[in-house]
Design a protein around this ligand. Sequence first.
Ligand SMILES: Cc1cc2nc3c(=O)[nH]c(=O)nc-3n(C[C@H](O)[C@H](O)[C@H](O)COP(=O)(O)O)c2cc1C
Length: 346
Amino acid sequence: MKTKNIKNFSTINQAERFAKKNIRKGTFDWLQAGAEDGFTRDKNINDLENLKILPKVLKGIRNTKISINIFGLNISSPLILAPMGHQTQFHSRGEVETAMAFNDKSRIAFFSTQGRMSLNDIRKKNKNAIIGWEIFPFGDKNWIEKEIKDAEKLKCFSICFCLDANVRSHRYQDREIIYDARKFGKRTNPISPNPKYALNYDWSFISWVKKKTSLPVILKGLISHDDIFEAVKRGVDGVWISNHGGRMFNSGISSIEVLRELSKFNKRKTKILIDGGVRKGSDIIKYLCAGADLVGIGRPPIYGLINNGNKGVKRVFEILESELVTAMKNAGFKNLAEMKKNRLKF
Ligand SMILES: Cc1cc2nc3c(=O)[nH]c(=O)nc-3n(C[C@H](O)[C@H](O)[C@H](O)COP(=O)(O)O)c2cc1C
């Protein structure tokens, strides 16, 4: 079948199919891959699929509101861009291009030290974007402190740490086709000093970080409830429940499983961010009903980036937000505050 215009996708599934046609096979497989055989990546999607939402009728829902105020920011929806590295593989301007989709200041975007374009370059072209800077702890404390201070200078709204990627994982998909992401796409962001540092740090590191910045600190990659409550105890501002899209450790635990079972959590004190497997509007409702404040998306915006640069990234957000509003109207939710666990059916 001949595709008319590969840029104009109208669903996330179509964006994925177009992206597959638009880029070399090794790069597309690397984007899709999960740790080992991808079981945990698929479980994110399957567990969301198997969770049900109880619709309610006659709720007077003419005006549906999805905008929120969080971390002192007014944003158009709870949907955020999850940090993703190595983006010049997908578009020659990589993270700089992606960030252009966020320059209208209406949504939050995270970028990481594993990105190919430096934060400086991203900021230069995107003065208004609301950026969270994610640091992989791949250096000594002097290096980390400099990353924090640079992010403050470049007006990032938050400092995030990626805690679930200590070493490169085995992904059978990449191993079989012998694809090495580092060989494709340019770089302006210097490589971090040494990944081995990540293996040295313990929880005292987080208390140290909290003393180094007054920006909200978010920890990404938390799965065990013990870790989530330890993070809260250390005074972090956000816990980001994530298994890295199933790319790092094949735990078999999906993000929604973690959140579903989390009780006695004080959301007034600490915000909950989550990601993994969001491909449609109802997925977002499920995460919000289970207790999330912000919901991240990873692979879908990259499909958009591959297909149509920053316009494609923005389109992905618009599609998902429009699906969210429609699903809310059909399920009987006026606003995000009405989304509670009692509307989920396990
Ligand atoms: C290509 C790619 C690169 C990623 N790089 C990072 C990264 O630099 N830091 C990080 O915390 N997570 C990274 N992730 C994980 C995402 O932030 C996010 O947790 C995951 O993609 C969410 O799952 P989803 O792709 O099913 O939406 C990456 C994911 C992908 C697909």
